[in-house]
Each structure stands twice: as structure tokens, then as C-alpha cells.
Design a protein around this ligand. Structure first.
Ligand SMILES: Nc1ncnc2c1ncn2[C@@H]1O[C@H](COP(=O)(O)OP(=O)(O)OP(=O)(O)O)[C@@H](O)[C@H]1O
Length: 253
């Protein structure tokens, strides 16, 4: 081979390597949550309660995905499995390209801390801590060093959810919508790529519910975060990219 042929061959090899890497990155980016054949059976003595019967679910990165279905259909069970809080009886779950169903408890706990933020119906704030301190605690758990640093970051997160004028308020001095916004700021601590929310608007009146929905939409779209929401709230359908319905243990996307 001549020198120019060698150069051209190396160029082609480098280009193909780059192309295959970008395909991998693309694919990784596109599928934030992939559940395959997920089954869950609860047992109580000799009684067996099958709740999920082979659930397949793919959620793209940056999407707001709603999980709906009648009461008792297994939505919280599925969310807990997708978050790695419950281990399914069968099937696998991949988050951000990593199979969490194969991780040890320690690996899973670390992965959750780094990559998932949770929002609950009942806010789950520490009642004796201010809005800022509630977020600071989450930052500490996620490994952010330095009290001053955590305080500054907590204020930035609270500003992001438009609560900069309430940073020193205790939860009892905040409205339901404001409490949920503190909970959202806390879920954003550590900048997780996935946010999971269980009935985030159920305890809110219509006005606060709308504000929280709009905030969740902004969070997903501005930062390309994936937001998975279990809800009965039909108002959320307008902001969702996809809706799945769970019924009798079967998921329809
Ligand atoms: N630890 C458990 N042991 C036994 N059965 C359970 C357990 N947890 C949940 N279940 C049952 O599994 C089914 C699904 O519960 P799950 O909470 O996942 O439903 P859901 O769709 O989230 O309900 P809701 O909309 O009312 O919150 C229910 O029949 C429930 O009673």
C-alpha cells in the first residue's frame, strides 16, 4: 500500500469506529427504561397473587410517560420494580442501558442514588426541616460535599421550582403545591436522568396540580430527562408523550 492508501484506510477505520460508537450512544440515549417480560407474584401463606403478567415497556429518553390503570392494577408495583425497589418474580429491567435486575443490592442502591429522583403523592418531606434543609439532606445523601456548597445548590434547585422566596419555610407553612415543588427540587438533587413520580398531583387542588404538571413537563423537555408518572389524573395526559395502561396485569402502550 502507498502512504496515501494507508492514510485513507486508517481514515475509513476511524470513521467506522466513530460511527459504531455513535450508534451505541444513540441507542443508549434513546431507551431510558426497558422492561422485558416482567412478572410479579405476591405470596401470602399458601395464597398466590399474580399482579404483573409479562410486562414489556420501553420508554425513550426525554419522554414523559404516564402509567395509568384502575386501582389495584399493579401500577405502584411496576413503578417499584422499574426503580429497583422491588425485585420482580421474572423478567428484566434496564435503566440507561444497565440491567438493574442483575445488580447487587449495593450496586443498585448506588445506581438509584446517581440516576433516579423520586416524587411521592404525600411529599415525604422532613417536617422539622426547612425547604432548603430538605433539599440539602438529599444532596448530602447523594455525596455532595461541603455544607455551604449544598446550601447554595439547594437554593438554586428551589429557584428552579420557583420557591426562592420560601427557602427557610417549614413544610407546615407551605401549601400543598409548594410542598410538592420542594419534593421536586429534592428529586432533582444530584441531577438524575430519570424522575419517577407516584401520583404527584393526587393531593393537590386544580391550580397547584397544573403548576406541578407544567413543572414536570419543563423538567423533562429542558434537560432531556425521562419522567415516568403513575397517575389517575387525566389532566396529565395533555403533557405526556406516551400513556400506558395496566389492566389485569397486562400493559397496553
Ligand atoms: N406486599 C404485598 N403483598 C401482597 N399483595 C400486595 C402487596 N403489595 C400490593 N399488593 C396487591 O397487589 C395489587 C396491586 O397493588 P398496587 O399498589 O401495585 O396497585 P396500584 O395500581 O398502584 O393501585 P392504586 O391505584 O390503588 O394505588 C393489589 O391488589 C394489592 O393489594
Amino acid at each position: 500500500m502507498t502512504a496515501s492508501q494507508v492514510n485513507f484506510a486508517s481514515f475509513i477505520q476511524a470513521r467506522d469506529r466513530a460511527a459504531s460508537t455513535s450508534v451505541v450512544v444513540e441507542r443508549f440515549k434513546e431507551q431510558a427504561i426497558v422492561a422485558t417480560g416482567v412478572e410479579m407474584v405476591y405470596r401470602s401463606g399458601s395464597q398466590v397473587y399474580p399482579v404483573l403478567r409479562g410486562v414489556d415497556l420501553t420508554i425513550q429518553q426525554g419522554d414523559i410517560h404516564l402509567l395509568m390503570g384502575p386501582s389495584g392494577s399493579g401500577k405502584t408495583t411496576l413503578l417499584s420494580i422499574l426503580a429497583g425497589i422491588l425485585t420482580p418474580t421474572a423478567g428484566s429491567v434496564k435503566l440507561l442501558g444497565q440491567e438493574i435486575t442483575k445488580m447487587s443490592r449495593a450496586q443498585l442502591a448506588h445506581f438509584r442514588l446517581q440516576n433516579i429522583g423520586f416524587i411521592f403523592q404525600g411529599f415525604n418531606l422532613f417536617p422539622a426541616l426547612t425547604a432548603s434543609e430538605n433539599v440539602e439532606v438529599a444532596l448530602k445523601v447523594k455525596g455532595v460535599r461541603g455544607a455551604t456548597n449544598r446550601r447554595r445548590m439547594a437554593h438554586e434547585l428551589l429557584a428552579q421550582v420557583k420557591l426562592d422566596d420560601r427557602i427557610n419555610h417549614l413544610p407546615r407553612d407551605l401549601s400543598g403545591g409548594q410542598k410538592q415543588r420542594v419534593a421536586i427540587a429534592r428529586a432533582l438533587a444530584g441531577d438524575p436522568q430519570i424522575i419517577m413520580a407516584d401520583e404527584p398531583t393526587a393531593a393537590l387542588d386544580s391550580h397547584s396540580g397544573h403548576a406541578v404538571i407544567e413543572l414536570l413537563r419543563q423538567l423533562a423537555k429542558q434537560s432531556n430527562r425521562t419522567v415516568l408518572i403513575v397517575t389517575h389524573d387525566p389532566r396529565l395526559i395533555d403533557v405526556a408523550d406516551r400513556v400506558s395502561t395496566l389492566e389485569d396485569g397486562i400493559l397496553r402502550q
